[in-house]
Ligand binder design. Structure first.
Ligand code: SF4
Length: 110
């Protein structure tokens, strides 16, 4: 066997070992991965002022907030009517609480 064939074999073996080390979940399309509940301490959530309960919104620091606004009536929310939580297009790997709120809230069209 030539050195060239040997090195090709080694390269292939290394590639296979590397492929095996990739977690299976990383190979799934984003939509197929299980979404986890969004935490208020998540850096992205914090930057947008996400809270799991809109009643906890501090109006002084969130002047756009109006009582009655919540994820359930936000255009970004994809949860089923009456569900406690659902997907949000702003946080694609997470679910948000229907009663939650963040600074990106935009009303759902009537
Ligand atoms: Fe809730 Fe809308 Fe903010 Fe998503 S964008 S977290 S649905 S208020």
């Amino acid at each position: 066997m030539s050195d060239e064939r040997l090195s090709r074999r080694r390269l292939l073996q290394s590639a296979l070992v590397g492929f095996a080390a990739v977690p299976a979940a990383a190979l799934l399309p984003r939509e197929a991965r299980a979404a986890t509940p969004l935490s208020e301490s998540d850096p992205a959530a914090k930057s947008l002022g996400y809270v799991t309960d809109a009643r906890k919104v501090v109006a002084a620091t969130n002047p756009t907030f109006k009582p009655g606004q919540s994820c359930a009536n936000c255009i970004q929310y994809g949860g089923a009517a009456g569900a406690a939580e659902g997907k949000c297009t702003i946080f694609p790997n997470h679910t948000v609480k229907a009663a939650g709120w963040c600074k990106v809230w935009v009303p759902k069209p009537a």
